[in-house]
Design a protein around this ligand. Sequence first.
Ligand code: GLN
Length: 538
Amino acid sequence: MSKFIFIAGGVMSGVGKGVACASIGKVLKSKGFKVTAIKIDPYINVDAGTMNPTEHGEVFVTDDGDETDQDLGNYERFLDINILSTNYMTTGRVYQSVIERERNLEYGGKCVEVVPHVPEEVINRIKKAAELAEADFTIIEIGGTVGEYQNILFLEAIRLLKNEIPKDVMTIMVSYLPIPSKVGEMKTKPTQTAVRSLNSAGIFPDFILCRADVPLDDVRKQKLATFCNISKENAISAPDVNNIYEIPINFDNEGLGDKILEMFGLVSKTNEMNDWRELIDKISKLEKKVKIGIAGKYFSVGEFTLSDSYISVIEAIKHASWHNNVLPELTWLDTEEYENFPDKLKELDGFDGIIVPGGFGSRGIEGKIMAIRYCRENNIPYLGLCYGMQCAVIEYARNVCGLEDANSEEINPNCKNPVIHIMDEQKQKLAEKDMGGSMRLGAYPCELLPDSRARDAYGTKEISERHRHRYEFNNAYRDIMTEKGMMLAGHSPDRKLVEIVEIPGHKFFIGSQFHPEFKSRPLKPHPLFREFIKAAIS
Ligand code: GLN
C-alpha cells in the first residue's frame, strides 16, 4: 500500500509548489521507491482545456488525452514517468462524479452531502491513482493556498485520510518567507499564520518547505519550530535557484528524503541521483549560447511577461540545448508587429532558430506566417508545433504553391483553399458546441517516411506523440504540396492524417501536428528539439 504525502501551499501562490512536489518525488525515487504524483485543482472547470493559458498556464496533455495542469508536466519531467488522467482532478470533476453516482442510485438512498461525500470521492480517486501506479509514494499537490475558501474540501480529504491511516499520511507545507527590502530581515509571521490556518482545518504539517530568496538561517528555523509545532530539522530551506533541476539535489543535501523515509519507518534502498548531479554540474560550466525566438501570443499580461503558457516548450528547448552543450537564450517575439511593420522581420536574422508553438484563433497569425516565410527563405532553422505546423503549411501553399488565399478554416471558414481544415469528427462537435475535452487529444501513433529528417532524428519508423487540435492538413492538397517540394514526412498508420511536414534541403524546417514538447525530459531531450538546436548552432 502506498504512503501519501500531501503538499499544501501557504502565504501565496506561484512559489513553485509543483516543482517542489516533483523534486520531493525525484528524491524519493532516487532512493529506490516507486513514486507517482497527483494534482488537485480547486476550479469548477472539469479540466484545464477550457482555461485561458494566460490565466492558468499551459494545458498539459497526458498520453490518455486529458487536458491537465502544467504541474503534471513537472512531475513527468522530474520523475521520468508518464502520468495518466487518474492523477488529475478538479472540483468540477469531483462534483461531476458525485452527481453521476447519485443519479445512478449508488448512494443507496442516502442524503448525499458535501461532507463527507465530496472528500470521500477525492480520497477514492487518490487511492485509485496510487493503486494504478503501484506506487510506494503518492504525492498529492493541493492547488491554491491554505486559507482560500476553494480548497477546503480537499484539506478535509487530507484530514479524513489521516484519521483512517495515520501512519501512512504526511503533510508538507510549501510556504514563502519574504524579506521586505525596507526591513532587510526574513519574516516568518506569514508562514506562522498560514500554518495556523492549516491547523484550523485539523491538519498539522510535518515539514515546512521554506521558499525564499536566500537559505533559511538557524534563528528562523527555531522560530518556525516554536510557533508552527514542527521540529527544527523539519524546517527545510528552499532558496531561489537558477535552474529548477537543482532543487532535488538541494532537498537531498538538506536530508529531506531520509527524514521523510524515517517518519514512515523506512530506509533508503539505493541512492541514484548521479546522472542528475552530473547534468547540473555540466550546465553550470556551459558558456556558449543559442538564441531562440518563440513566436507565441499567450505571454503578455498587463505590464508583465509570463512564460507559463509555454512551459513545456521552454523546458524542451533547455533539455535539447544542454544536450548540445549550449545555454538557451529565449526571446518572445510579438508577430503582430510584423503585420504593421514588415521591416521588423529583419530582427529574425539575430536568432539561431525560430519556434512557432501551439495556438488558437486568428490574432497574430499573419505575422507568424510572415516570420515562417522569412525563416524558409533565409535558411533560419524553424520548428513548428501544431499551430506552428499549420501556419507553415499555409505559408508554403500561398508563397510556393501559388494558392494565394490559402488559409485554415479556423481563421477563414469560407476561404477557397482551406489547406488546413476541420477534422471530420470535430465538425460535428463544433456544431453541437461540444467544446470541453473534445479535440483530438492524447497519444497517437505516427509512421515516418524512410528518407525524412524526422526519421533520422527519431531513429525509428513508428513513434507515438501527443495531440491537441481540431484542424488538420487537408488531404486534397497533398499532391500540389509535395510536387512543389514539401515533404509529408509523417502520417497516421492508416495514412489518413499528415502528422509532420518538412522542407528537404533547408538547414532545418519541420512542423509537427503533435506536441513533441510534452515528452521531453532533462536527460532524454526530444529528438526533434535536439536536432533543431543542433542545426541552430551549426
Ligand atoms: N488551433 C489549431 C487546431 O485546433 C492548433 C491547435 C494547437 O496548436 N494546439 O487545430
